[in-house]
Write a protein that binds this ligand. Structure first.
Ligand code: GDP
Length: 528
């Protein structure tokens, strides 16, 4: 490859910012995403993201479940440009019932934006998603939303972030008032005040200051709020963490921004600071050592497969995160698991559900590949090399149902569906050992069962029955002498798809007791 291409690649990598927004439902993710897309000119009218969702409901019966539940089942990717940066937002489902998909999508991100409702603080789903990002050590940026409402004291929120999530924080800006009193924020890095103007806070006046004691603030915000601000910031200067880029980069310190997405307040400053501080794509681990994004040879891995995005075509799309090299339409790459060369001829890029054919793409980008059934989640594609990305963690299922088929004549289709959907990573399957073979499905979110049932019927023509069980934990067992009779109370011994022994437990007590009684065995959270 020529010098020019290498330089081009380096520049393109430098422009990329690929991130996911993590939050609990209702924190304002759809609203924030939409505002970001507006800045990027990717959409032109506020309400488009929601409208797009609605339009999708009307046209696609695969999305029937979404329509019924008013939620988004699948994650998509949104791309836009802003001030020379190429921004990729990975959209993860924002509803209560998230799935392994949500977790896996996070592996494709280079950083995360954690969105928190100023009144509700750190919520359940935020914690789960945070932990997945934190494990990977990626930078996490915090946006505290809905400042136009009465919320918790900002100091208490920071304290809660540290106590609940175990990450230290550094406020990049600080609210001047809150709720009805909110009049703006003070930017600690730029030493400027940004004040709301107009009834809907739509205009923002920016004034440089000599620091938070500058009389300008008093003039603009009044004595009471100016005093409060000076007091707060003094305390932060003395007792708060200082900004340390190295700590941000390694996920030990989260920069915090305050704002209000729906009022578009603080969004632009956030976007600009975020794009400045967020990392470009970095190296990724593989079985053959790390791969740098600016390596000439193309590589990437599939983190998600989605079936029937377009029911008229019954197609499957495999989402690929590019890790190195330049992608060119029609190029040949090695499908490492299958051990053969394939041609990538009809790749697509995504803005929500719109699809454009992509000619070229770079590390950090996500492309969709038509999948005639050759891909699995976790597959690596690479130019000329047999490297495998070890990016995709599996998660321990937490909800289990017994599954059976309504019409025994459909056994063949049933097994095929079970096999394929398990392979896609939609559900994990377990089979009991003994005279009657029961089949159990394990998932991390209830919704996966509903999607599974729907797809079995629509794609394989099989009606199934699901019975929810009491089991809450799965532990893969390593050891020779496993006595099945010891797994009878509040637990059961089953085998996973690779015939590895797994114990399902109804509660933590049963699990702990089993571990104590059988110290010679190892109990693992995920498959060894
Ligand atoms: P998601 O479930 O996280 O995607 O949340 P949405 O973006 O759908 O927002 C949930 C609700 O919060 C909607 O009614 C939004 O209009 C509202 N909301 C979002 N941002 C703000 C904000 O800054 N202030 C207020 N008051 N409401 C907001």
């Amino acid at each position: 490859m020529s010098q020019k291409t290498t330089e081009e690649l380096r520049q393109e990598v430098g422009k990329r910012r690929t991130f996911a927004i993590i939050s609990h439902p209702d924190a304002g993710k759809t609203t924030l995403t939409e505002k970001l897309l507006l800045y990027g000119g990717a959409i032109h009218i506020a309400g488009s993201v929601k409208a797009r969702k609605a339009a999708r409901h009307a046209t696609s019966d695969w999305m029937e479940i979404e329509k019924q539940r008013g939620i988004s089942v699948t994650s998509s990717v949104m791309q836009f440009q802003y001030e020379g940066k190429q921004v990729n937002i990975l959209d993860t489902p924002g509803h209560q019932d998230f799935s392994e998909d949500t977790y896996r999508t996070l592996t494709a991100a280079d950083s995360a934006v954690m969105l928190i409702d100023v009144a509700k603080g750190v919520e359940a789903q935020t914690i789960k998603l945070f932990q997945v990002c934190s494990k990977r050590g990626i930078p996490i940026f915090t946006f505290i939303n809905k400042l136009d409402r009465e919320g918790q004291n900002p100091f208490e929120l920071l304290e809660e972030i540290e106590r609940v999530l175990g990450i230290r924080s550094v406020p990049m800006n600080w609210p001047i008032g809150m709720g009805r009193e909110l009049c703006g924020v003070y930017d600690r890095m730029k030493n400027q005040v940004e004040l709301f103007q107009g009834k809907d806070h739509s205009e923002i006046e920016v004034r440089k200051t000599e620091g938070y004691n500058d009389p300008v603030i008093r003039e603009m915000a009044g004595d009471y709020l100016a005093d409060q601000l000076a007091q707060d910031l003094e305390l932060l200067d003395v007792a708060g963490d200082t900004f340390d880029y190295e700590k941000v980069r390694t996920g030990q310190l989260t920069p915090v921004f305050f704002g209000s997405a729906v009022n578009n307040f603080g969004v632009q400053t956030f976007l600009e600071n975020f794009l400045e501080l967020a990392p470009q794509p970095t190296e990724r681990k593989t079985t053959e050592g790390s791969v740098e994004p600016d390596e000439e040879k193309f590589s990437g891995y599939i983190f998600k497969i989605q079936a029937n995005m377009n029911p008229a075509h019954r197609d499957r799309i495999a989402f690929l995160r590019i890790c190195s090299g330049k992608f060119q339409r029609g190029m040949s790459v090695r499908h490492v698991r299958a051990g053969k060369e394939i041609k990538l001829s009809q790749p697509q890029q995504f803005l929500a559900q719109d699809r454009d054919i992509v000619e070229t793409a770079y590390p950090g980008d996500i492309i969709g590949l038509f999948d005639p059934g050759i891909f699995r989640i976790g597959d690596s594609l690479s130019e000329g090399r047999d490297i495998v990305f070890d990016e995709l963690p599996t998660f321990s299922p937490e909800i289990f149902s017994k599954v059976s088929i309504k019409n025994a004549l459909k056994q063949k289709q049933y097994l095929k569906g079970l096999d394929q959907l398990t392979e896609e990573g939609m559900v994990q399957v377990f089979r009991s050992v003994g005279a009657f073979e029961d089949t159990y499905l394990g998932v991390v979110g209830q919704l996966q069962f509903e999607v599974f049932e729907y797809r079995m019927k629509n794609e394989y023509g099989v009606d199934i029955q699901l019975f929810r069980t009491q089991f809450q934990f799965a532990r893969w067992i390593v050891g020779d002498k496993i006595d099945p009779t010891k797994f009878r109370i509040n637990s059961i011994l089953v085998k996973d798809k690779n015939d590895v022994n797994v114990a399902l437990f109804e509660n933590e007590y049963a699990m702990r007791t089993a571990m104590e009684r059988m110290p010679e065995l190892k109990f693992l959270e995920v498959a060894p």
